[in-house]
Write a protein that binds this ligand. Structure first.
Ligand SMILES: Cc1cc2nc3c(=O)[nH]c(=O)nc-3n(C[C@H](O)[C@H](O)[C@H](O)COP(=O)(O)OP(=O)(O)OC[C@H]3O[C@@H](n4cnc5c(N)ncnc54)[C@H](O)[C@@H]3O)c2cc1C
Length: 301
């Protein structure tokens, strides 16, 4: 705690909370407590805190909007770093838009629409932050972050640098930020002038398709598994007769088998057991190993 007091003295905009339940910070609504939750409002603070945690060998986890995270029931022994409300600025640029990492992708997409800029329609219904979206190379309906990111502003532990999109090693739900443990501070997007009516119609269409196909009324982390080459995870799970199968409060959605949902009162362990059951059954039936898309973090106890 002495170390944390030192941090607080150095950065006046830093909010330090102790022993914080993380379930409320993730869309799955499960998970234990973090020793510390640190919320920074300024870029310099965020980088300074990260440097400090690295120097002091304190484990850390960067939290975006928590929409692709499964935090284990044991919580997180260390510090969870969160971007504050002030960290969501979005600006018009010559080529399109620049957004700070804490901006929500839905807000970014809406800003693009308001400015008559096409290219971010796919991002409208993805409930993550720009930081999380770039980190995960989030995508939907044929669109993907990799197609629109011009450069990513990252802190690499020593300095802040702008990494061109072409050097981000983007692949399916993968980016270089994962390999290099970069902190994403913001991203610039190259967008084209478009017709507002057409952009809006596309967004509406995607939103309707989501409402029809996805169990948006339950807490989830979206598609739990990555799409295996040549297959669809949801179809394999459905054909394995796993729809509706549950462990505790965690269930394979009846509406979309690729979603594992929290029917109420689920624990992280329920999800981990259900995940294994799904993986084992699909492997036995089809010989396909389903890989988790959701990032599993935290301590067992
Ligand atoms: C209902 C629903 C629908 C979804 N639909 C889609 C979809 O269509 N397509 C899709 O791709 N995903 C989808 N998702 C998953 C999720 O929204 C995306 O993966 C999103 O990009 C995660 O962003 P986040 O801010 O919530 O990240 P988090 O879940 O908070 O974090 C995810 C990972 O990113 C890291 N991270 C977050 N912010 C930063 C940062 N600033 N710097 C460095 N690392 C960071 C975290 O450490 C973690 O490893 C869906 C989820 C839900 C709940």
């Amino acid at each position: 705690m002495e170390k944390m007091k030192l941090l607080q003295k150095t950065y006046s905009d830093l909010e330090i909370q102790k022993d914080v339940p993380l379930a409320g910070y993730t869309t799955l609504r499960v998970g234990g407590r973090a020793d510390y939750l640190l919320t920074a409002e300024k870029e310099d603070t965020f980088c300074g805190v990260l440097r400090f945690l690295k120097e002091e060998n304190i484990p850390f986890l960067v939290l975006g909007n928590g929409s692709n995270l499964l935090v284990k029931d044991g919580g997180f022994r260390g510090a969870v770093l969160r971007l504050g409300k002030e960290f969501g600025r979005i600006e018009r640029t010559e080529e399109g838009l620049y957004a700070q990492a804490g901006a929500l992708m839905s807000v970014l997409a809406k800003t693009a629409l308001e400015n008559g800029l096409a290219g971010l329609e796919f991002a409208h219904g993805i409930p993550g932050s720009v930081g999380g979206g770039v980190y995960m190379n989030a995508g939907a309906y044929g669109g993907e972050m990799s197609q629109v990111v011009r450069f990513v502003r990252v802190y690499n532990g020593e300095e802040i640098v702008d990494i061109p999109g072409s050097e981000m090693a983007f692949a399916y739900r993968h980016s270089r930020a994962m390999e290099e443990n970069w902190l994403i501070l913001g991203a610039a997007f190259a967008l084209q002038a478009g017709d507002k009516g057409e952009i809006e119609a596309k967004m509406r269409d995607f939103a309707q398709r989501r409402r029809e196909k996805q169990p948006l009324e339950y807490p989830s982390a979206g598609s739990f598994f990555k799409r295996p080459a040549g297959y669809f995870a949801g179809a394999l799970i459905e054909q394995s007769q796993l729809k509706g199968v549950s462990v505790g409060g965690a269930q394979v959605s009846e509406k979309h088998a690729g979603f594992l949902i929290n029917k109420g009162g689920a624990t992280a362990d329920d999800f981990l057991q259900l995940m294994k059951k799904v993986q084992d059954t699909v492997y036995e039936k089809f010989g396909v190993q389903l890989e988790c898309e959701v990032r599993i973090v935290g301590n067992d106890e």
